[in-house]
Design a protein around this ligand. Structure first.
Ligand code: XMP
Length: 507
């Protein structure tokens, strides 16, 4: 039985980060909506209450009957979680002055408290709250303060119940890792046995049990998640897994060939389907971005379904769904479930049972599992690439000729990033083919050709992104190489828009 920390989610943007920090302590954790505490799960060793966009006294605030968990497990409330515990026990929570945002330093620390072990006065924490605890309940005592926040952290007397108003999970709380370690390891007694290797061992055993000698089909995209899922399943059930890799014609230059080769080297039983002609025909003359997406999405499902039906007795559809795709995230308007943007429609159409071996992992853990499974770095560190591929990077209608032009320009940019050691420093990069032509001069000739935009962003989750500040010398070289080597392009621009308000892809 895997021991676990439960993180009750009250809707904060940093809830997932708490989860990642706990996992970094080699401890398994699950993020659960605040009102779905698994009270009958004997493997729970501690509970963390997250922050929230609400104030505790808001009518719509998410409420929790603390008595159901108090005394059963060690509890740590973070930000709203801390305010909720204090408020429910008779403390006072009031709007704070606006200075309780950003960096702060702990001026007072009760160093005898186990939560603060090893943390020195002056330690930096990150505050981000509109409310503050102005008086703590009877039977509680303050264990840390800052100049502006008297109750930065507190504890219930003689009980494993703590609250911190700062965010230990964010990078800027330099003592945050120590604090979480104190809670998870010393207080909750985690044995820290959760690792990529242990995950592989238990998951492979569980998959063998679950799937027996059933046949499984999996759609590969060339991306990290589906590739790692495939290698993991291959280890569990070998040739009973059939992978299908569809070329819709909008992949990067030589990607179909190269990725197929990688998969074969990994020992996967993989069928490559070149369906590019079908997609080019269906996309001819279509300019609306959403229609392009729909045509490609539907076409992909049709091709996949047709191929899968050629395999006898398939029972399961495997997918590389990962944890952020599944977490029920709480929005201010109610509970919403993030849609699986990378899997749209397939399960409904195919009427197969679903197998999702990575659904408990964060992205960095998927990479660690891939590495542990012996997958090559270039597969594991691959930039995200949208399902509809270059179709959403060609503005306007799509033709094979435009795809070929874009593939060449994109190849120069991506290879350049690799050659200059910049590939791993950006989250995602690619070239956009613009629907404009402009005048240029090459030799003595006047040209009237296409313009492309280079796009490279830094990000941690694609929800927000900044344009990558690539060196001018690099951009100059790429621009030169594209204009000199890609026929039909005579102008290169660099996209310096951040997300929001722009998006990463242009369409
Ligand atoms: P945007 O353009 O919304 O992209 O800032 C955020 C991330 O999602 C990827 N993306 C897609 N992935 N199907 C996908 O599988 C899509 O239709 C799609 N559109 C955008 C994008 O590449 C970026 O990583």
């Amino acid at each position: 039985m895997t021991e676990k920390i439960i993180i009750l989610d009250f809707g904060s943007q940093t809830t997932q980060l708490i989860g990642r920090r706990v996992r970094e302590l080699n401890t398994y954790c699950e993020i659960i909506p605040y009102n779905k505490m698994p009270l009958d799960d004997p493997s729970v060793i501690g509970v963390i209450l997250s922050g929230s966009p609400f104030s505790v006294y808001d009518e719509k605030a998410f409420k929790l009957n603390l008595d159901t968990i108090r005394g059963r497990y060690p509890i740590l409330g973070i930000c709203y979680g801390a305010q909720l515990i204090a408020y429910n026990n008779g403390g006072t929570v009031e709007p704070a002055n606006s200075r309780e945002y950003g960096r702060a330093n702990l001026s007072f620390i009760d160093s005898s408290d186990p939560l603060l072990k090893g943390i020195e006065p002056g330690a930096q924490v990150w505050m981000s709250h509109g409310d503050t605890i102005t008086s703590i309940p009877a039977g509680f005592h303050t264990i840390a303060s800052t100049d502006k926040v008297p109750v930065a952290a507190y504890r219930a007397d003689g009980e494993p119940l703590w609250g911190v108003q700062f965010h230990p999970e964010v990078y800027h709380s330099t003592c945050g890792t120590q604090l979480l370690r104190n809670f998870v390891v010393d207080i909750c007694h985690s044995h820290q046995t959760w690792s990529a290797a242990s995950f592989i061992e238990t998951t492979v055993a569980a998959l063998k049990q679950q799937l027996g000698s059933d046949k499984v089909v999996l759609g590969l995209s060339g991306g990290v998640d589906s590739s790692v899922a495939a290698v993991l399943l291959n280890r569990a059930i070998g040739s009973n897994l059939t992978c299908i890799f569809v070329d819709h014609g909008m992949l990067r230059k030589d990607e179909f060939k190269n990725v197929l080769h990688d998969y074969e080297c990994l020992g996967l039983n993989v069928i490559g389907v070149d369906a590019s002609q079908k997609f080019f025909t269906e996309l001819a003359g279509v300019t609306d971005p959403e229609r392009k997406r729909k045509i490609i999405g539907k076409g992909f499902i049709d091709v996949f379904d047709e191929e899968a039906h050629k395999i006898k007795d398939v029972r399961w559809l495997a997918q590389g769904t990962i944890y952020p795709d599944c977490i029920e995230s709480l929005s201010i308007t109610g509970t919403t479930i993030k849609s699986h943007h990378n899997v749209g429609g397939l399960p409904e159409k195919m009427n197969l049972r679903l197998c999702e071996p990575l659904r408990l992992l964060f992205k960095d853990e998927v990479r660690a599992v891939g590495r542990e499974l012996g997958m090559p770095d270039h597969l594991i560190k691959r930039h995200p690439f949208p399902g509809p591929g270059l179709a959403v990077r060609i503005l306007g209608d799509i033709t094979p000729e435009k795809v070929a032009v874009l593939q060449e320009a994109d190849h120069i940019f991506i290879q350049g990033l690799r050659d200059w050691g910049l590939y791993d420093k950006v989250w995602q990069a690619g070239v956009i083919l613009l629907p404009v032509q402009s005048v240029g001069v090459m030799g003595d000739e006047r040209t009237y050709e296409r313009a492309v935009a280079l796009r490279a962003v830094t990000s941690t989750d694609a929800m927000t992104a900044d344009w990558a500040h690539l060196p001018y010398e690099f951009l100059a070289k790429v621009s030169n190489d594209i204009i000199n080597h890609v026929r039909g392009v005579n102008r290169v621009t660099y996209d310096i828009s951040s997300k929001p308000p722009s998006t990463i892809e242009w369409e």
